[in-house]
Write a protein that binds this ligand. Structure first.
Ligand SMILES: [Zn+2]
Length: 346
C-alpha cells in the first residue's frame, strides 16, 4: 500500500498517517495491476518451503514498485495479473491473504475482495471479540484488529453510537480487569460494551430447534465476528462456527450443532462478517493441550461454513461432516501455497 499526500503530491511506501511536511492526512492507495518481470523456478526444498517445484514471481505494479509472490501455477514473463481481482459472493466467498509488513494494508486488501457495504444511521452494529483465555486457547482478539475494523465501519458510514463490543464472559467476571488485561480498556471507553451472559435472551424456534439469542444480537443489523483460529488435529473441525456458537448460552458442542444447521434465511442473527486474524493460531494436538503457531494469515468471509471448509482444506485436516456439501469460492492467496506453509505447523 502507498501513502500519498494530496496537498504535496508526495508518495511514501511505508505506513504513515500524515504528511511529514504539511501534516495533512495521507490517502491510502492499493496497487491493483502487476506485470510479471521475472520468474525464478525453485527445485530445491528448504525448511520454509518444503514442497517443490514452485516459482517466485517478480512483479512490478502500476507505481513502478516491485513485489515477489510464490506460486505453484505456471506463468510467463510479460503476463499481467490484476490482483486482488474480482468480488466474492457473500454466500460462498472466502478471502485469504498473507500478512505482509503492513497489517492495515493486508486487511484493506482482504476487505476490497467483497462488495462494498454502507451503513445507515439507524443500524446497530456489534463487534464480537474474545477477551479471555481458555484452557485450550491462550489467544485473544487483537485490539489492533478491532480498532481497524471499527475504522472500516466508520469509513462505511457507521457512527460511534451505533457500535457495541460484545463477548460472552462469566456472570461474575471482573469486566474492568478483563478489559485492561486484554488491551480493550480504551476501546470500551469509546464504544458501548456488553457481556452477553448478563443480557436478556429470547427463545425462538427454528426448524424444531430452540435458539436462545441475546436481545442485543437479535436486534442488531450487522456483526463483525473476530474469532481466534484454532485447528484441532484430533477431530473433525469447524473452528469459526464453534466460535460463533459462543453467542448462545449453554454447552458448546450442542450450540455448534445448532449453528451448523442454522440457515441465514432464518434471520435470527444479523449479517455477519467474519475476520480471522491468524497472525497467531492455536493447534490442538489433543483435547487438553495446545501450541501456538504463526501462520501470519488473515481470512475473511460473510459465511461461517465456507470459511470453516477453507480452513480445513488449507490445514488438510478433517472437516465436520456437516461441511461436506459446503461450496467455497476462494480469492487471494493460492491454496497450494498456504497448504505447503501450513504443513510446517502440524
Ligand atoms: Zn503534504
Amino acid at each position: 500500500m502507498y501513502y500519498r499526500c494530496p496537498t504535496c503530491n508526495l508518495v511514501w511506501y511505508y505506513p504513515l498517517h500524515e504528511c511529514v511536511y504539511c501534516h495533512h492526512n495521507v490517502e491510502h492507495i492499493l496497487p491493483q495491476h502487476f506485470k510479471i518481470v521475472g520468474i525464478t523456478n525453485v527445485n530445491i526444498a528448504s525448511v520454509q518451503n518444503p514442497k517443490v517445484p514452485y516459482a517466485v514471481l517478480l512483479l512490478e505494479d502500476e507505481h513502478g514498485q516491485t513485489h515477489t509472490r510464490k506460486t505453484f501455477k505456471t506463468y510467463e514473463i510479460g503476463q499481467t495479473l490484476d490482483w486482488p481481482s474480482g468480488k466474492l459472493d457473500l454466500k460462498t466467498g472466502v478471502a485469504l491473504q498473507k500478512i505482509g509488513y503492513d497489517f492495515e494494508a493486508t486487511l484493506q486488501t482482504l476487505l476490497t475482495l467483497f462488495p462494498t457495504r454502507t451503513f445507515d444511521p439507524a443500524q446497530k452494529i456489534l463487534l464480537k471479540v474474545t477477551l479471555t483465555p481458555t484452557e485450550s486457547c491462550p489467544l485473544l482478539t487483537s485490539p489492533e484488529l478491532a480498532r481497524l475494523m471499527i475504522a472500516w465501519l466508520h469509513t462505511n458510514g457507521a457512527g460511534q453510537d451505533q457500535i457495541t463490543l460484545v463477548d460472552r464472559l462469566p456472570r461474575d467476571a471482573d469486566v474492568d480487569s478483563i478489559l485492561t488485561t486484554s488491551g480493550f480498556a480504551e476501546l470500551a471507553q469509546t464504544y458501548a460494551w456488553i457481556n452477553l451472559t448478563t443480557e436478556a435472551h429470547e427463545s425462538i424456534p427454528d426448524q424444531n430447534v430452540l435458539f436462545d439469542i441475546p436481545q442485543t444480537v437479535l436486534h442488531a443489523n450487522f456483526m463483525v465476528h473476530l474469532p481466534i483460529l484454532k485447528i484441532p488435529t484430533h477431530k473433525a473441525m469447524a473452528p469459526i462456527t464453534e466460535s460463533l456458537a459462543t453467542l448462545l448460552p449453554g454447552q458448546l458442542g450442542h450450540n455448534l450443532e445448532k449453528m451448523l444447521n442454522y440457515r441465514t434465511s432464518s434471520n435470527l442473527l444479523p449479517d455477519i462478517l467474519h475476520v480471522v486474524d491468524a497472525a497467531q493460531a492455536v493447534v490442538n494436538p489433543s483435547s487438553d493441550s495446545f501450541k501456538t503457531v504463526s501462520p501470519k494469515l488473515l481470512l475473511a468471509s460473510y459465511s461461517n461454513k465456507p470459511l470453516d471448509r477453507a480452513i480445513a482444506d488449507m490445514a488438510r485436516k478433517p472437516y465436520h461432516d456437516r461441511l461436506t456439501n459446503t461450496d467455497t469460492n476462494l480469492l487471494g492467496e493460492e491454496l497450494a501455497v498456504l497448504q505447503s506453509e501450513w504443513s510446517l505447523f502440524t
